[in-house]
Each structure stands twice: as C-alpha cells, then as structure tokens.
Ligand binder design. Structure first.
Ligand SMILES: [Zn+2]
Ligand SMILES: [Zn+2]
Length: 259
C-alpha cells in the first residue's frame, strides 16, 4: 500500500516514524489500515473496493453513504474513525474540487464480522472526482475518469503556510455552501462577472476566480446562487474596498437579475 500511496504522489515520509519504521515503514499501523490519504489543495487518495463499483451512464461510479445502515452497525471504534476520515476526505475533495486517485481493492470485504482480506491492490491510472456529496445525509457519488471541477475559487486553495490542511477557523468565517460556489463558478464560465476578463490558470489546470456575495452575509445577504458572483481578484477587492463599491454592487445585482 505504501508504494501505491507514494506512486499517487502523497508524501509518505512520516510512515517511517514508528518503532519498526526504519525496516518496515509500510506496516506503520497509523497509516497502513487507512482508507483515505489527503494532500491538501492537491489531491485525495481513496481505497475503494472493485466489487462496489458500478457501471452508470457509460462510466464507472461508486456510491457511498457514510452514515447509512452499515455505519450505524459498525462496532469497531477504529473502523468508525476511518470511516469518518474517509468522509472528511470526500467532503474536502468535493468542496475544493480536488482530483481523487483511487487504489482499487480486490478480495474479501468484511462481512458478518469476518475480517477483511485484500488480495490485490492497484492504483487506478485515471483520476476520479466526487460528483456529488450531501453533507446532511453523508451520501456521495464518485465517478471515474472525470476531471475535478474546471473552476476554483479562494476557498479551493491550500493554505499558503503549507501547514497540513488544518483550517484556521475564526469567528468571522461563515459557512459557505460549496454547492453554491460551484454553481456560481460554473455559471461564470471562467470570466469575471464585472469586467469579463478570464480568470488565471492554476497549476492544476483549473481556472481561478473569487466567489463573492453581492449582498454581504454580514448585511443579511443569503448564501445562495442568486447572491453569489465570480469575480477576478482585482474586482473582488474593489467590490469590498473600492471608492465605487456601491456602484459595483448595483452593477452585480443587475448582472444577477439577468442570469
Ligand atoms: Zn474583473
Ligand atoms: Zn467578497
């Protein structure tokens, strides 16, 4: 497994940090039973069972519900925690539009309390993407061979300090619905909705614009597609701090009413 995770591009140097790490980092219990590996801002690697994949609309998909019946029957605390981390990884991939690499597992899945036996592992050369994730129910759909979102905004970026994905959460940060951001970015098609200039290209190929609430949440604006636009970074700052912020707001409201 360590070889496949490394092959996917994840840093595995910490696997050696345990008592037998020097001779056998691949057996580090902190990692070797994990189902999900996250490289913040870049990608997510998930272990998926081959037998759970389904052919849907001429492609391959896998459906999950992290909080379904099997989750409530789960007795092992360790497996519950792994399940939770798997869901967190999926939520991150979905919210940030990260590509997913899949390690395909074959063998006997855990059933009737029998232990799982993996007979083969393979890193799928094609990327996957989380095409749907419902954070209320835990349902999600992954699809093989589709690009993660072509568009990204300021919330999709990894933290600039490079710290391991821990989000600084302050009291002023309000919850933003990733579905709303995603829709607003798709609707703008990569162009600033104030000046029409195209967003720039990120290193992962997606187009960057910033999502902006025309009526700020702090003024009672709603977190909905009828109040969110995509702007170039310049006009986003100007919409907040420019001397003509009021005129920009009026213009964006008229743009939104025309969509
Ligand atoms: Zn602009
Ligand atoms: Zn804004």
């Amino acid at each position: 497994m360590i070889d496949l995770v490394r092959q996917a591009g994840i840093d595995v140097s910490d696997w050696a940090n345990y008592e037998r790490g020097r001779e056998n980092p691949g057996a580090n219990p902190k990692y070797c039973y994990e189902w999900a590996f996250v490289e913040p801002g870049v990608q997510v690697v998930l272990n998926l069972w081959h037998e759970a994949m389904r052919e849907v609309n001429a492609g391959i998909e896998q459906y999950f519900n992290f909080r379904g019946a099997s989750a409530s029957q789960e007795k092992s605390g360790a497996r519950k925690a792994r399940r939770r981390r798997m869901e967190e990884a999926v939520a991150l991939a979905y919210g940030s539009g990260l590509p997913v690499r899949v390690i395909v597992l074959d063998g006997d899945r855990q059933a009737n309390g029998k232990p799982t036996r993996v007979s083969a592992r393979l890193l799928d050369p094609l990327p996957w993407a989380v095409t749907r994730y419902n954070d209320t129910t835990g349902e999600c759909i992954l699809r093989r061979g589709v690009a993660a979102s072509a568009y990204a905004d300021q919330f999709s970026l990894s933290p600039p300090d490079g710290k391991s994905g821990k989000r600084e959460v302050t009291a002023t940060v309000r919850e933003r619905d990733p579905e709303v951001r995603r829709f607003a970015l798709q609707r703008a098609k990569g162009k600033c909705q104030f000046c029409g200039a195209p967003g720039f290209q990120l290193s992962n190929g997606s187009t960057f614009l910033e999502t902006h609430h025309v009526i700020p949440l702090s003024e009672g604006g709603v977190d909905s597609v009828c109040n969110v636009v995509a702007l170039c970074p310049n006009h986003h700052r100007e919409a907040h701090y420019g001397s003509n912020a009021e005129a920009i707001r009026e213009h964006l409201l008229s743009v939104l009413s025309g969509t």
